[in-house]
Design a protein. Structure first.
Length: 101
């Protein structure tokens, strides 16, 4: 069960990362640099939290006491980060600019 969830979260993370690149590219082409930058900042913040969690996981050897669940929490944070990024970019794309009024 854990292996299927681990594989699913890993695959979802990759798909969301690729979608994030295309979403950011589209926003930048529309001139929405501030919104794209804000989305990047939020995403990077969540990714830093995920990496800090990974460091704690490795440092305190939580795998020995808690199994794979703490590692899966890291992947859940990755999914949240990329999903938030895509949400923020899509929201930014709905903003009216002087070019599309």
């Amino acid at each position: 069960m854990e292996e299927i969830l681990y594989f699913t979260l890993s695959g979802l993370t990759v798909v969301l990362a690729v979608l994030s690149v295309f979403a950011a590219r589209g926003a930048m082409q529309k001139g929405l640099t501030y919104s794209a930058t804000a989305a990047v900042v939020w995403t990077l913040t969540i990714l830093v939290i995920a990496r800090a969690w990974h460091m704690v996981y490795e440092l305190f050897k939580l795998e020995d006491t808690m199994g794979e669940i703490p590692e899966m929490a890291e992947y859940v944070l990755y999914v949240i980060a990329y999903a938030a990024f895509i949400f923020l970019i899509r929201r930014a794309n709905k903003v009216r600019t002087s070019e599309n009024r």
